[in-house]
Design a protein around this ligand. Sequence first.
Ligand code: NAP
Length: 329
Amino acid sequence: MKAIVLEEFGGPEVLATRDVPEPLPGAEDVRIRVVATALNRADLLEREGHYPPPGEKPAHQIPGLEVSGVVDQVGERVTAFQPGDRVMALLSEGGYAEYAVSPERMAMPIPECIAVEEAAAIPEAFLTAFDALYQQGGAGPGSRVLVHAGASGVGSAAIQLAHRRGMSVMATVGSQLKVEAVRAFGADVAVNYHHEQFLERVGQWTQGQGVDVLLDFIGQSYLGDNLKALALDGTMVLIGTLSGVESAIDLRWVLGKRLRIQGTTLRSRPIEKKMALVQRFLKEAWPLFNDGAIAPVIDRAYALADIAEAHRYMASNQNIGKIIIRMET
Ligand SMILES: NC(=O)c1ccc[n+]([C@@H]2O[C@H](COP(=O)([O-])OP(=O)(O)OC[C@H]3O[C@@H](n4cnc5c(N)ncnc54)[C@H](OP(=O)(O)O)[C@@H]3O)[C@@H](O)[C@H]2O)c1
């Protein structure tokens, strides 16, 4: 099958199309004929050699954390899917390929109202956002939530999930176009960080009380203000470190406000925990797609042959929502 294989690390030019053996499903796996995959920021890091797949080194390092497509083979113990089913799945590697294998319990049916290609935009963004808000952040109806990088793939999913669950949401973004986008996703307040300080806006918005839960992808440059922006007993969920990894903080903010800083990574989490997350998401959030209450946000789609261009586009920070890669070229 055709796949994008990392044989060396570096810029987008190292993304090489190769013919590799098709993966075979184990007893509890489904094999998916991939219609589309979607880009994640982690793919850029993996391409540069900074984010290897968990576990043993694969024979062919194929990036790609999610796919959508049609089930083409099932293992002998699979009960929930059969060949021909429309399916989307969270992967820990291997999405940039014509076929991918997923444990049955990590695969999800594609909601009826969503096209197969569009569904590639769902697994990583929505599962990460769902986990960060509820499981890691403990947010619920009435919580005040601050979502940084609100127009990112994960941010766009988090704002929708929070808004539909009765939370108040503030989002930070880097352009006027993104301000309008995050308002449409359901943010009550949108802050363009080039023109305004988010900390000041949090103070005005919450009458000085701060936010209950904060989803941060930025890391280093935001950490000090993030701690100041949190309410008493607030939680910051650290999901990414886009601005850098080291930061000095005044621990009195953590101590005095009884703050919690919760780090999270989905890819390296034990498979049983990822399966449990997928099953909880299916029960609690998946039905919202068919109600039209939440939807994948897709910026644009590229053909597999243009994968390098797609990586450059993501690195330019312009995308609002997800970037899809179509498998058929
Ligand atoms: N921990 C996990 O399990 C997990 C899972 C999925 C994703 N992630 C992380 O979540 C983050 C978002 O991923 P994604 O794929 O959704 O990203 P994405 O769609 O590429 O969006 C990232 C956005 O972040 C903003 N940004 C980038 N650098 C910044 C900086 N230095 N300061 C402020 N804003 C900056 C940019 O938007 P603006 O124009 O608004 O600045 C950029 O468009 C990444 O850090 C990714 O690694 C983590």
